[in-house]
Design a protein around this ligand. Structure first.
Ligand SMILES: *Cc1c(COP(=O)(O)O)cnc(C)c1O
Length: 432
């Protein structure tokens, strides 16, 4: 916790230099704090539930490097395993037994996965799974949901228009219309909109891809029946159902959202947690579909560093820690205290707020109305969130620097950390 006055001199110095060297001073946009304003904090080191910045401030970290640090940062067993693996080589470019071990763990854990291919990021997993959806069905169109993030591949960078059957328009310059023209969008939790898209595009839709619990528009769980409805609709229309579990996989349950909600997709993407803090992504699913992937089948997809022995090792160790009995019960209990506490304090300090959690994933919106989709999320009081974020930062709590991001806890977060967080929240919300 911050005991001395909050000082950011060194962070400012380093970030100023970074801005001359790298676009926006960062290697990934959200890190720049653009949506909350103010200077980003430059990290020096992380351990357990904590992060320390270059000025020596200590934070309780609820970002956890955006999810992977679910056992706590720099868990000694993970670090030890990585060091041992490094002595045998940092990259093979040839088969290794580590891949078998992690593949087996993933297949055992995730209900829909019968075969898996490792890649290096969630983005890669999603762009590969899209190619596979199209290769398997022989259809080009896909349906995604407004506010869901599937990495930065061209085909997914689509802003939904006002209508339901909006033709995909490029979200970012550099993405040609021809690339996104086959990406149809619907509001999350709106089964009727998906039905309409299927009826308007008969036999043309390869599949539906979604975050089964949205984390990239803030935390938005699926309404009852939504996932089951998508399962039925896709089956009815000969299309595939794909869960992007890059965030939720091994996060909201050991078997991901598909275990939690009992819905079996055809294909699944993974990332974040399965790399244990090193760069890993994966996609997997039904054997008959996965056998289309080269060299077993004709759909090409490759990677120089894919299945990297260090990354596989970090993933294996992380999953070993997670599968110990009680892990998810612990995450759920600690996170529920945090989430309920924040909502209670908001109520007492007269701020309209809603939010929730599943296991070690949570969210808080400053809004009167419940949030079911991205449109609802956009109606939140973003200015209030920015001030809340800054206030918490100055009191030693590191929250995701955007209202449109979920928060994460870890096995290293204690009740005492939650108490200190709530104490800070009471002070900050009391002064907003
Ligand atoms: C983070 C994320 C991605 C992208 O993963 P990267 O490793 O950042 O490329 C894709 N889908 C979801 C649901 C994510 O949360």
């Amino acid at each position: 916790m911050i005991t001395s006055p909050f000082k950011t001199t060194k962070s400012e110095e380093i970030f100023a230099a970074a801005q001359k060297l790298m676009p926006g001073g960062v290697s990934s946009p959200v890190r720049a704090f653009k949506s909350v304003g103010g200077q980003p904090i430059v990290f020096d080191r992380v351990q357990g539930a904590y992060a320390w910045d270059v000025d020596g401030n200590q934070y309780i970290d609820y970002v956890g490097t955006w999810g992977p640090a679910i056992c706590g940062h720099t868990h000694p067993e993970v670090i030890k395993a990585i060091c041992e693996a490094a002595e045998k080589g940092t990259s093979f470019g040839a088969p290794s037994r580590h891949e078998n071990v992690l593949a087996e763990m993933v297949i055992d854990a995730v209900p829909s996965i019968e075969m898996v291919r490792f890649v290096n990021s969630g983005t890669e997993a999603c762009m590969s799974v899209l190619r596979l959806m199209r290769a398997f069905t022989g259809r080009d169109k896909i349906i995604k949901f407004e506010g869901c993030y599937h990495g930065h591949a061209d085909m997914f960078l689509v802003k939904a228009g006002s209508g339901v059957a909006t033709l995909g328009l490029p979200d970012s310059p550099g993405v040609p219309k021809s690339t996104t023209g086959n990406t149809l969008t619907a509001p999350f939790n709106n089964l009727e909109a998906v039905k309409a898209l299927f009826n308007e595009n008969p036999n043309e839709i390869a599949g539906v891809i979604l975050e089964p619990v949205v984390g990239n528009a803030g935390f938005i769980p699926p309404d009852g029946g939504f996932l089951a409805g998508l399962r039925e609709l896709t089956q009815e229309h000969g299309a595939l159902l794909v869960f992007d579990e890059v965030m939720t996989g091994f996060r909201i349950a050991y078997g991901g959202a598909q275990e939690k909600f009992g819905i079996r997709p055809d294909l699944t993407t993974l990332g974040k947690v399965i790399g244990g803090g090193l760069p890993v992504g994966a996609y997997g699913g039904r054997r008959d579909i996965m056998e289309m992937v080269a060299p077993s089948g004709p759909m090409y997809q490759a990677g120089t560093l894919s299945g990297n022995p260090l990354a596989m090792t970090a993933g294996i160790k992380t999953l070993e820690l997670l599968r110990q009995p009680g892990s998810y019960e612990y995450l759920d209990r600690v996170t529920k205290r945090l989430s309920n506490g924040l909502l209670q304090i908001a109520k007492e300090t007269r701020h309209a707020a809603c939010g929730g959690q599943i296991s070690g994933m949570f969210g808080l919106f400053f809004t009167e109305e419940p949030v079911h989709n991205y449109e609802d999320a956009k109606k939140c009081d973003l200015t209030k969130f920015s001030r809340f974020h800054r206030g918490m930062l100055e009191r030693g709590v590191y929250l995701a620097p955007s209202q449109f991001e979920a928060g994460f806890t870890s096995l290293a977060h204690t009740d005492k950390d939650v108490d200190q967080t709530l104490e800070a929240a009471r002070a900050v919300m009391g002064s907003l």
